[in-house]
Ligand binder design. Sequence first.
Ligand SMILES: Cc1ncc(C[n+]2csc(CCOP(=O)(O)OP(=O)(O)O)c2C)c(N)n1
Ligand SMILES: [Mg+2]
Length: 546
Amino acid sequence: MKASDLLVKCLEEEGVKFIYGVPGEENLDMLESIRTSSIKLILTRHEQAAGFMAATYGRLTGKAGVCMATLGPGATNFVTAAAYAQLGAMPMIMITGQKPVKTSKQGAFQILDIVDMMKPLTKFTHQLVSGDNIPNKVREAFRLALEERPGAAHLEVPEDICEEDVDLQPLKASSVRRSIAEDKSISAAVEKIKRANNPLLLIGAGANRKLTSRMLTAMVDKLGIPFCTTQMGKGVVDETRPEFIGNTALSAGDFVHRAINHADVIVNVGHDVIEKPPFFMTDHDVEVIHMSFNTAKVDPVYFPQLEVIGDIANAVWRMTEQLEPQDHWDFKFFETVRDKLTAQIAEGTDDDRYPVYPQRLVKDVRDVMHDEGIIALDNGVYKIWFARNYMAKHPNTVLLDNALATMGAGLPSAMAARFVHPDRRVMAICGDGGFMMNSQELETAVRFNMNLVVLILRDDAYGMIKWKQLNYGFENFGLDYGNPDFVKYAESYGAHGHRVESAAGLKPLLERCHSTPGVHVIDCPIDYSENDRILNSEIQQRAAAI
Ligand SMILES: Cc1ncc(C[n+]2csc(CCOP(=O)(O)OP(=O)(O)O)c2C)c(N)n1
Ligand SMILES: [Mg+2]
C-alpha cells in the first residue's frame, strides 16, 4: 500500500471525520489518499483558521481535530492555532508536508525546521522518516493529544515518505480508562467540606472537557452548594440555577469575589492556571481543594492546600455519595451576593440608546440563542460582558478563549461548532478587529452552505486596548481604524449582510437571521463609552458595599 494511503487509514482508524486545511504540493499524495477515503476535506482560506477549527472540533468532541498544511509558510501559519490548542487543552493534530528527505533538488527553498519550531507549542512533534513508522507515530500523536491534559501534536510527512510502498496496517488504540483519585484524598476533601461553614464550588475549564456536567449537577442538587464559574468553565452546571453566584470574568473586585473571599473552603474543579486567574490567592486563610486530572502548577496566586487528582467526574460522584447537607453550612451571604449580582446584570438590558450598549446586547443574544445554542466569541472587551452577563445552560455552549486569548478564532470556532452540531443555533460574536483577522473564512462558510450568524461589534477600534489605555491614564492614541462596509463585504462573499439600525431592531434581526438559512453577517455598532466606568469602578464600588 502507498504510505499516504496508510497514513489516511490510520486517521480513519482514529475516528477522524474532517481534515481542515490548505494543501500545498508536498501534500498532494496525502490529498489524493483523502479523496478516496471516508474523511471529508474542509478546504479553508488560511491555515490559521483551519487550525482553530481543528482545535475547536477537539474541544467540542473530546476527539482530536486534524488539520493539514504544506511545509514552510503553511506550517508557520499553524503557529497561533497550535498555541491556542496547547494552552486551551484542546486535542488537535497538525500534519504538515516537507520536501523529500532522502534526496533534495531544491536547496533550502521553503525549508524550515518545523519540527523544532513546534516544540514549545505541542506535546509531540515528529518528522516521519520511514513509511513503516506511520502506524505507531500516528497512534502516539493521538495518544498524547488526547490524554489529559489534552493539547496539540504535530507530524511532518515528507513527500518521498508519502510515496513509499508499505505493508502495514493501522494500530488500534488500546482500551484505557482514566485513573481515579485515591480514597484518602477523597475522604480528606469530604472532611474539609463537611467542617466548612461556607463552602463554595468554582468550576473551571477542565470540567468542560470531560463529562462532569451530570456529576457536578447531581452534587449541587444534593448539597445545594453555591457555585461560580471561570470563563472556560461556563455551562458545566446550568448558570440559571439559584445556586449560581457569578462568573470570574474579572480577576478581582467583582460581586463574585465577595463570595470567594467569604468562603472558607473553595472546591476548585478543573481549574488550571492557564486561564486568567479567577481570583488571587494571597494568604492561607482560605482552603482550596484542587480537583483535576493533574496536580496544580506552582503559581504565586494559586497554591491549593489539598489536591484530589484523577478523573473529575468520578471524584465528584464519590464525594457526593459521602456528603450530606450540613446544618452549620451558611449560604446566606452567597445568596445576598447572587441577588445583588442578578439585579446589577438586569440593569441596562432594556437600554434604548443606539449604538447598542453591551448589557442589552448580551441579553438580546441570550434570548435568541435557545438553551443549547452555541456562541463562539473572538477576543475583545465584549468577552468580559458575555462571560459575566450571559448565563450558559449547557457545557461548551460558550466557546471563548481565556487561555491564549487570541483574536481571529471567533469565526473559525463557530464554523467548527456548526460542523459538529448541525441542528443547533450557532453564532460567532466578533469585534471588528478580530473578525477582520480571519474574515476570509466567510467564503468557506458560504461554500459549505452553512447556516451561521456572524455578529460583528463595530466600534472602529481595538476597543479592549482602548479601555485599558484609558484605565492606565494614557491619551487616546494609536487604536482607531476604519472598516469596510460589512454589509457589502458580506454580500460580496455571497453571504447575507445586515446592519443593526436601532437598539430595538437588534433582537428581531438576530431572530430572523437564525431562522433563515445561509450565512448572515450583522454589522452591529456598539457603544463602549461606559466600559471603563462600569467595569473598572461601578462594579467594584457596589461589590464592596455588599
Ligand atoms: C492575535 C492577537 N493580537 C492582539 C491581541 C491583543 N488584543 C486583545 S483584544 C484586542 C482588541 C480587540 O479589538 P476588537 O476585535 O475590535 O474587539 P473590541 O475590543 O473592539 O470589541 C487586542 C489588539 C490579541 N489578543 N490577539
Ligand atoms: Mg473593535
